[in-house]
Design a protein around this ligand. Structure first.
Ligand code: PLP
Length: 251
């Protein structure tokens, strides 16, 4: 653990992102690096903070809120793990972004808690992009309808889509999934998807906001595949192991 050189790892990851941006003709500033700090102690995470990182990702509510208390207040916390409805109250309106909204019921609970607090929560809709049984997320074909429904809720703002691609040895294998999620966001934004009945009660202004490029955040790419993710158009890569080293779940 102590032999992990966070500063050096960050340099490598940042250089890889920059080079991928250059190859793809993208601006480095269009990609946010989220340092995934789950299971890692505060003293190690603070090394990334001291290198300038301000976006951190956690996948458990209790761990996230504990670290939030302990660490500097200018950090943008990202909830990236599966979220149970009964835990929503601990984070709603307190985190920068909830990446893992996979049902209307979960969105409703976030909305409800945020109305109470007079806050708005930014969220992403998680898609189970490779239709894996082991993963959470809305079915690909249901994503548009779910987005449209959530937009109708108060105090919750849908910013984009998120996915966790399969764990593969060669990241080239995940490009097809990245292309697929990009296609979905383009479909939703241009309102040309054919999975949604547009007559079905969605207010005109909602449809208009969607056609104006409403969804602008795409969260995909992890240690194994963030280079391909940036080349394909990700705007948020979530890198844990590549920054903080392997996780030990036995402790
Ligand atoms: C753990 C986790 C990551 C980071 O995974 P690494 O392979 O360590 O980079 C990214 N996204 C989610 C949702 C995670 O749970």
């Amino acid at each position: 653990m102590s032999d992990v050189n966070v500063a050096e790892n960050l340099k490598i990851v940042n250089r890889n992102i920059e080079e991928a941006c250059n190859r793809a003709g993208r601006k480095r500033s269009d990609v946010t690096l989220i340092a995934v700090s789950k299971t890692k102690p505060v003293d190690l995470i603070m090394k990334a903070y001291n290198e300038g990182v301000r976006d951190f990702g956690e996948n458990k509510v209790q761990e996230l809120t504990a670290k939030m208390e302990e660490m500097p207040k200018d950090i943008r916390w990202h909830m990236i793990g599966h979220l149970q409805r009964n835990k929503v109250k601990y984070i709603a309106g307190r985190v920068a972004l909830i990446h893992s909204v996979d049902s209307y019921e979960l969105a409703e609970e976030i909305s409800k808690q945020c109305v109470k607090r007079d806050l708005t929560q930014d969220i992403l809709v998680e898609i189970n992009i490779a239709d894996e049984e082991s993963k959470f997320g809305a079915a690909y074909d249901d994503a548009e309808e779910l987005v449209y429904k959530i937009i109708g809720l108060p105090n919750i703002s849908v910013k984009g889509l998120m996915c966790i691609a399969p764990n593969v040895d060669n990241y080239e294998e995940n490009r097809k999934y990245f292309k697929k999620i990009i296609k979905k966001v383009v479909d939703i934004n241009s309102n040309t998807g054919d999975n949604v009945n547009h007559e079905n009660g969605f207010p005109k202004e909602i449809r208009e906001s969607l056609s104006n490029g409403f969804l602008s955040v795409l969260s995909f790419g992890m240690t194994n595949d963030y280079i391909a993710a940036v080349e394909e158009g990700s705007t948020m890569v979530r890198v844990g192991t590549g920054i903080f080293g392997e996780r030990d779940y036995n402790k």
